[in-house]
Design a protein around this ligand. Sequence first.
Ligand code: ZN
Length: 265
Amino acid sequence: MKTAIKQLLGRTIFASRLDGLLLRKAAVIVAFHRVHEAAAPDDSLSVNVEMFERHCRFFQRHFRVVRLADIVEKLERGQPFQHELAITFDDGYRDNFEHAAPVLEKLGLPATFFVVTSWMGTSVVPWWDGERGARHSWMSWDEVRTLHRKGFDIGVHTRTHADLGAVRGSEAAEEIFGAKRDLEAELGAPADLFAYPYGGRHQLSEPNRELVRAAGFRCCCSSVGGINEDGASPFDLQRVPISFWHRSPQQFGFEVALGRTRLTA
Ligand SMILES: [Zn+2]
């Protein structure tokens, strides 16, 4: 379907409050990576600042924007969802601190930042940026602590962005338990939210999902798309990745309302 039509339908669905009906017993978790001034059209991990703010205002208008921990708590207590949406970020890029956090603060919205613990404050270039000849800065630990102090949540995204569908045994334990220890030592506070790297179905083995549970995390997020319904497992939370591909918040609304956010790849 053409993007323009999706946008129109998205606007109509939300305007008519049909969204309330469609998503009544569901919670949506969105995942961003980078938010910066000039996102290239082929950069699937970025949105520009202006579009980020439009998305946030859309979330605020049509959902109850809550902390990810609130969604987890509802599942732990067996309480029904009431149209919640949580905002998350993966990896720990510095533009999250520079560009996303000020917009969130301005609008009074909570968010969770999942960080790759061994990359914060370094100049590591991950393979996906290297392939594009791109180099993006990571947050420093001081910046991560500043976000935490401002009331944002910081979660674990492993130590080295490991594929938890591939690594096993002590290597997997280091990536899960070790990253939790690292983050808690840096924050001086407990860290119990986890999102696994790459986020595809095959990128987390069941033994490693059990390690996430054993390490004391309260949740485990994928990024294959999809929404979370009452009774879902906190260790199998679905997130909708948002990128430049979403030309408008209305298009996002359309995909979510009709349950079409799941990636087929
Ligand atoms: Zn990641």
